[in-house]
Design a protein around this ligand. Structure first.
Ligand code: ZN
Length: 304
């Protein structure tokens, strides 16, 4: 507990010193972006995990099981949000898993319907999100990597569940979608998608009509054609300009070049440079150098 607190404070300070405008807890307190939330949910059996194909059977994972009605056991991120709010005057951001991605990362032995299960999780996410907002969190992001896998379901219930998770929030709300990192199955899958990744063409127009304020996605070294960003008209777009899957440090010029390219499709007031996929685990010096490259590249782009 103390070590997590220390690590969170340290990375808060490093983000500030690097020149990051909207800071986070650096995800120092969570092991896994979905399981970390599920540990706070009643109705989930973590003791008898089962093997299940996830992301449309892209890979097998050992997943916990939904065995009864879902209920929050208590607060999920209160310690981190209070710590951040007390120690910084910058805007602060917290992340939660999105309902569709949670549904795709558990085995269900109780609800029997993916949409219904998503709505049940969305209600819990909303409870936590409202509490985070009360604690002074400025941006709440839902991570939905499942959104480029189940494009049809995104339209029939994915966005509805996301909006339920964000219901009543006055702080900025964000959804992060991405093609996944970290494991070989994701890399292999991406190799099958061809030279242009156009999955988002189907869901961006629906996202643009949703009540979510911001969309965060990977741009540097990504095969998503940036012209698709036009389909997010009216939304803030968080442009990934730092590759979290490589140890090479981006130069400010490279970062600025991606921002320039994206600015052809996103008005400046809606464009926020960030990393491709949150604060991924990597070597400490590399993480720090990449944070600095992000801030320096954004500053260079502003000057130009
Ligand atoms: Zn991601």
């Amino acid at each position: 507990m103390q070590a997590k607190r220390d690590a969170t404070l340290l990375w808060l300070k490093e983000q500030e010193d690097a020149g990051i405008d909207i800071v986070s807890d650096g995800e120092q307190s969570r092991q896994h972006f979905v399981h970390g939330f599920l540990e706070f949910v009643d109705g989930i059996d973590f003791d008898h995990k089962v093997k299940m194909g996830i992301r449309n059977n892209r890979y097998d994972a050992m997943v916990p099981v939904v065995v009864g009605p879902l209920r929050l056991k208590g607060r999920v991120h209160q310690a981190e949000s209070r710590l951040l709010r007390f120690h910084t005057n910058k805007k602060i951001k917290m992340t939660l898993p999105g309902p569709m991605t949670i549904v795709d990362t558990v085995a269900d032995r109780h609800y029997g319907d993916r949409a219904e299960l998503a709505m049940a999780f969305a209600a819990l996410l909303n409870e936590e999100a409202r509490a985070l907002e009360k604690e002074g969190v400025d941006v709440i992001q839902f991570d939905e990597p499942a959104f480029n896998v189940y494009m049809q379901e995104v339209k029939t219930w994915g966005i509805a569940a996301l909006e339920l998770a964000a219901r009543g929030l006055r702080c900025a709300t964000c959804v992060h979608i991405c093609y996944g990192y970290g494991i070989k199955a994701n890399l292999d899958w991406k190799a099958t998608l061809g030279g242009e990744w156009r999955q988002y063409e189907e869901i961006f127009p629906v996202l643009a009509k949703s009540r979510i304020d911001q969309v965060s996605l990977e741009c540097i070294h990504s095969k998503v054609p940036l012209e698709l960003l036009k389909l997010l008209k009216g939304k803030d777009v968080l442009i990934g300009v730092i590759d979290v899957a490589s140890d090479r440090i981006e130069t400010p010029e490279e970062v600025s070049a991606v921002i320039k390219k994206a600015s052809k499709y996103v008005p400046k007031k809606h464009l926020f440079p960030c990393t491709n996929c949150g604060m991924a685990p990597m070597g400490r010096d590399i993480a720090l150098a990449k944070l600095k490259a992000l801030a320096a590249g954004a500053a260079l782009a502003r000057k130009r």
